[in-house]
Design a protein around this ligand. Structure first.
Ligand code: FE2
Ligand code: FE2
Length: 358
């Protein structure tokens, strides 16, 4: 829906978040790539393994925003439309900066078949309309922010810690937007729709727990207590849910309305450094059980059904620009843009020939 002069409130929270996002854009080139790594080679490998679901999540968030944007436009939600345009760029930047990190570390993400739950997670995120998507994105953003926050705190001077400090400010805005939007949208939904959101939350948290089990050995190498991390995450997600009326009295009902102010206050208690921050909870000291290696027998084969979940006929690549060992990156001649340019050049030549005097 194209409107010449759309009516929207430039002073509401979503509009202010949009302008905040515009003012706080940054480039991967702004980072000091010569900063110390602060990690042993084994820890670098563990970090890049652990980053795999996050990395795919950045891509999925970018793609999902592109899919949902027309839905916002179609409903005349102009402020949200503006905000989501910045969200899309944020996620594109996170994807790009992590791609550069993988190359800088000389590592690659884990194969999809090692963590098939990644596909299930993003498939679940793509079910429903913009409200469902924003609920899933809010849960993902809580995860992303906590993850980056942990590194920003403990590796303040190292490359990934500095990168995390940048990214988590973006993720804070994402959370604030999703929370604001859902706080208005969810109370308008039918009980059945609300119950569907509760089911979605439970599905996503369970899927995260399954991914955590597969990454336990890498968490151990980095001294991260994945179980404690997920408990903290679940508490924050439940606080958001309760603030929307999805908690307390059950998902299908109105929730425990008397608890809402307390929950919202809890959410807003951490709003300090970047102005739109949500609670910052410190992670408990590591008490991770001994890492269990990812034995082949524990890794179920990825079925054709799994592959179709996200990707249709071809698997989505976790690491799009594959580089063969010792080889070069795919040249521009191989890409679709180059093919289009070739076609246009041929067409222009043919037109010139046709126009030339015989
Ligand atoms: Fe992100
Ligand atoms: Fe995000």
């Amino acid at each position: 829906m194209l409107r010449l002069f759309p009516d929207y409130d430039r002073d509401d929270l979503v509009s202010r978040l949009f302008r905040k996002a515009v003012a706080h854009q940054w480039s991967p080139d702004d980072l000091d790539w010569d900063a110390p790594r602060g990690l042993t080679p084994e820890q670098m490998r563990a970090l890049t393994n652990l980053l795999t679901p996050v990395y795919l999540g950045e891509q999925a968030a970018m793609n999902g925003a592109a899919r949902v944007l027309p839905d916002l436009i179609g409903h005349g939600e102009t402020a949200a439309q503006l905000y989501l345009a910045t969200f899309l760029l944020d996620e594109a930047r996170h994807f790009d900066v992590l791609t550069r990190l993988y190359r800088d570390f000389g590592e690659r993400p884990l194969a999809l078949r090692r963590i098939p739950e990644m596909l299930r997670y993003h498939h679940r995120l793509m079910q429903g309309d913009r409200v469902d998507w924003l609920w899933g994105i809010l849960i993902s953003d809580v995860f992303a922010r906590d993850f980056y926050l942990a590194f920003a705190r403990v590796q303040r001077e190292a490359l990934f810690g500095r990168m995390s400090a940048r990214i988590l400010q973006d993720e804070s805005r994402h959370q604030a937007f999703a929370h604001t939007y859902l706080k208005n949208a969810v109370p308008q939904l039918s009980p059945a729709r609300r119950q569907a959101l509760v089911d979605m939350k439970d599905d996503l948290l369970e899927t995260m727990a399954a991914m955590n089990r597969r990454l336990r050995a890498d968490c151990e190498v980095l001294g991260i207590d994945g179980d404690a991390f997920l408990r903290t995450l679940a508490a924050q997600v439940e606080a958001h849910a309760a603030a929307f009326g999805l908690g307390g009295g059950g998902g299908g009902g109105n929730g425990d309305a008397s608890a809402w102010p307390k929950n919202v206050a809890r959410l807003e208690a951490g709003a300090a450094k970047d102005g739109v921050a949500w609670p910052q909870r410190s992670l408990p000291a590591s008490s991770a059980p001994l890492g269990q290696s990812m034995a082949a027998r524990d890794v179920p084969a990825l079925t054709a059904g799994d592959l179709r979940l996200l990707v249709g006929h071809r698997p989505r690549r976790v690491f799009p620009a594959a580089v063969a060992p010792g080889g070069e990156e795919p040249g521009c001649a191989d890409c679709a843009v180059a093919a289009l340019c070739r076609t246009l050049r041929h067409a222009a030549t043919a037109l010139r020939r046709r126009a030339a005097p015989a």
